[in-house]
Design a protein around this ligand. Structure first.
Ligand code: NAD
Ligand code: DAU
Length: 350
């Protein structure tokens, strides 16, 4: 039986990747390694945890001995590395945590995989999941391609850019068979409500202010999270070793237009009069160093591997809003406790 290690599998994207692989490859052992930080939640995987090819291991990628033991125990053929600190606002208030997990944690993963696979790299694969934020910020025109110069501008994107460089360095220096992808903003079920879309859904439901940063004209390219999981599968199996692939939704939205759309869908789903939620919109102090626009050119992925997003945003948006309404207990669980403290601090800044 072949074995794949997925790090960060209890998080938002990781849980969709784990589910996708566990269901699609029943003869492959899928090991989910996660430290269960505030962002990791095993509730995300309740529906598949009983399946025989799924295994969970609680542990931290900063613990190299633990990682080496895991490679010894499961004899992995492949790694899909998602574990990371992922929220830009948190990286501004606590940058060191991002350096530790995203940079040092990634180097630990690279080192342990290289040692475990020494002399037998054939058929192995180390997949590093990264972000379009490494490319910096676009003006009104243009797209990020795989050749765009790196220009990270937040502690989060700098830590991810650094990790990408280390992954490529391990390929060139030690021959580790790596593949990378840089993806745009994801949305969908199980998204932690510190991020724009689930935060807005949660606040609309509670009748709380909807905090839009700055002038609200910042642009993001949104991708349905299950499409990201299918792209990762395609690249893991068909991507060329040493290559990088951009993944995007071809789906740009200015934040304020997206929030308006979400307000209208939520009013409809909650049976409230149209316009009710829009009254909650509040423009707040901008994020420091806020990147103006991200947009991905995913033609390399489309042309080489044939992958394309499967659903339209309007459909995905509605399914996402409905998922949060149907899963109130999930939301209540994650917005209690420590998250409440973070929220009060983050949105009290004026
Ligand atoms: P997330 O914050 O929801 O999940 C991260 C997971 O990693 C959590 O389960 C957490 O417990 C785990 N983790 C954190 N530190 C760890 C450590 N030291 N050891 C072990 N596990 C640890 O993040 P996400 O949004 O699902 O993002 C996953 C990956 O995809 C990240 O690498 C991120 O940079 C990348 N990415 C995210 C997006 C997006 O829109 N969310 C887009 C492109 C790329
Ligand atoms: O582009 C990929 C990246 O997308 C990932 O690498 C990151 O892990 C992920 O968090 C995401 O980063 P963003 O900063 O783009 O996502 P976020 O949801 O935090 O913010 C989206 C936009 O909405 C951004 O322009 C900031 C704005 N925003 C966000 C919050 C939380 C607001 O206006 N108000 C808010 O309260």
């Amino acid at each position: 039986m072949s074995s794949i290690l997925i790090s960060g599998g209890a998080g938002f994207i990781g849980s969709h990747v784990v589910r996708h692989f566990v269901n699609r490859y029943p003869d492959t052992r899928i090991v989910n390694l996660d430290a269960l930080t505030y962002a990791g939640n095993l509730e995300n995987l309740r529906d598949i945890e009983h399946l025989p090819n799924y295994h969970f291991e609680k542990g931290n990628i900063l613990d190299r001995d633990f990682l080496a033991g895991l490679f010894e125990k499961y004899q992995f053929d492949g790694v899909i590395h998602l574990a990371a600190e992922s929220h830009v606002d948190r990286s501004i208030s606590d940058p060191l945590a991002f350096v530790e997990t995203n940079v040092i944690g990634t180097v630990n993963m690279l080192q342990v995989a290289t040692q475990a696979w020494k002399g037998q790299m054939d058929g192995k694969r180390f997949y590093h999941v990264s972000t379009d934020e490494v490319y910096g910020s676009l003006g009104e025109e243009g797209f990020f391609t795989e050749e765009t110069r790196y220009d990270p501008r937040s502690p989060y994107s700098a830590s991810k850019a650094s990790s990408d460089h280390f992954v490529r360095a391990w390929h060139h220096t030690y021959g580790l068979p790596v593949v990378l992808s840089n993806c745009s903003n994801n949305y969908g079920p199980n998204h932690f409500p510190e991020k724009l879309i689930p935060l807005m859904i949660s606040n609309i439901r509670q009748g709380k202010p909807l905090p839009v940063y700055g002038d609200g004209l910042y642009t993001r390219d949104w991708l349905w999270v299950k499409d990201h999981a299918s792209a990762i599968d395609a690249i893991f199996h068909q991507g060329r070793v040493g290559e990088t692939y951009n993944i995007g939704g071809n789906n740009e939205w200015k934040n304020i237009d997206l929030v308006h759309q979400l307000c209208d869908i939520m009013d409809e789903l909650l049976g409230r009069a149209q316009g009710t939620a829009r009254q909650l919109i509040t423009f707040v102090k901008d994020r420091p160093g806020h990147d103006r626009r991200y947009a991905i050119d995913a033609s390399k992925l489309r042309n080489e591997i044939g992958w394309e997003p499967s659903i339209r945003f309007e459909e995905g948006f509605r399914m996402t809003a409905q998922w949060y309404l149907d899963n109130e207990a999930w939301l209540q669980d994650v917005i209690s406790g420590n998250y409440q403290e973070y929220y009060d601090k983050q949105y009290a800044r004026k």
